[in-house]
Design a protein around this ligand. Sequence first.
Ligand SMILES: *Cc1c(COP(=O)(O)O)cnc(C)c1O
Length: 390
Amino acid sequence: MFEQDLLNKFNTIPTPFYYYDVEVLKQTLQHVKAESGKYNFTVHYALKANANNEILNIIKSYNFGADCVSGNEVKKAIECGYSSEHIVFAGVGKNDAEINFALDNKIFCFNCESLQEIEVINELAFAKNKIAHIALRINPNVNANTHKYITTGLEENKFGINLWELESVVSALTDLKNIQLIGLHFHIGSQITDLSSFKSLCMRVNEIQSWFVSHKIKIENINVGGGLGVDYHEPDKNCYADFAAYFQLFSDFLELRPNQKVHFELGRAIVAQCGTLISKVLYIKKGVNTNFAILDAGMTELMRPALYQAYHKIENISKNQKLTTNNQQLKYDVVGPICESSDCFGKAVNLPETQRGDIVAIRTAGAYGEVMSSGYNLRERVKSVYSDKI
Ligand SMILES: *Cc1c(COP(=O)(O)O)cnc(C)c1O
């Protein structure tokens, strides 16, 4: 993936930085557009995966909506030109200022996670003499079979309204005059690679829909959230998630009522593969059973390995260019400079013999990478470079 002339350019740019391959992003967006378009599904991009202006502008140019989880994300989406009628706003802890901002900007829908939240939205909407459109975020108790920190649809998770609360929440809505129920919302987790989890979700949605039908409540919108996973192990071979199978599954298994619209909120599957964290090797150190390759990037730039033991493919792209058949691989613990033992990108990683100054690429880092970067240890905020501007 990284040709010699790109490597030469990388060698002239101060590291670490995120490199975004704009062509990969555009190809991904084209797949999403084509496959979701077959069924007239609406896709909202989940800003929390990557909220860079350049990335947001490219995604917006494909006419996707925006899925936001904070007031500032709503603001950012609007500033970037996403139309407010295509903004959905989820989150278990929306504060009053965030709710007011979203009300003032007439967003499409609040995805609501508790009755108390709905009551607060009702009060704030009443004060503004507005009607807030809401969807109930229902916790479907479906296992996403992914890491526990990115599982959100089980009863033990903090997200959404539990099934046994549904009856009381729905009956309370009748008294809330500044609330209009326009949909149901679900989001069971992230990095889901086993599509059968989505099939289970569809089945549960169908059951819940029948409940609403039996209560004679009309639901116009079904939002099934995001969570489609990507291949962290083989980013070149499987650069694009299987969007065809993903959207077809929902078309096959969701039982829709007349005129119902289906919404998706994809984050990771759109932006993960276009981003790579580029870093330089500072030092090589011998440990007891391993070698350490100490990079100039750390958990401050890419937190996923430290936060949830996430795997990222690591490549020494300086040496890969010169790789010969008899070039032997050594094992390295690839670590960052931060004063935490969790600041490790990979243990016992096979790399060609690695030296100070080599460029290391940490792949599939476009989602939940740069957005989670921090200034811990008073580090500089990580920079980004785009393939069409390099
Ligand atoms: C994070 C999140 C998403 C996006 O999840 P991905 O796994 O990145 O697709 C969608 N909807 C909600 C409510 C979220 O919190």
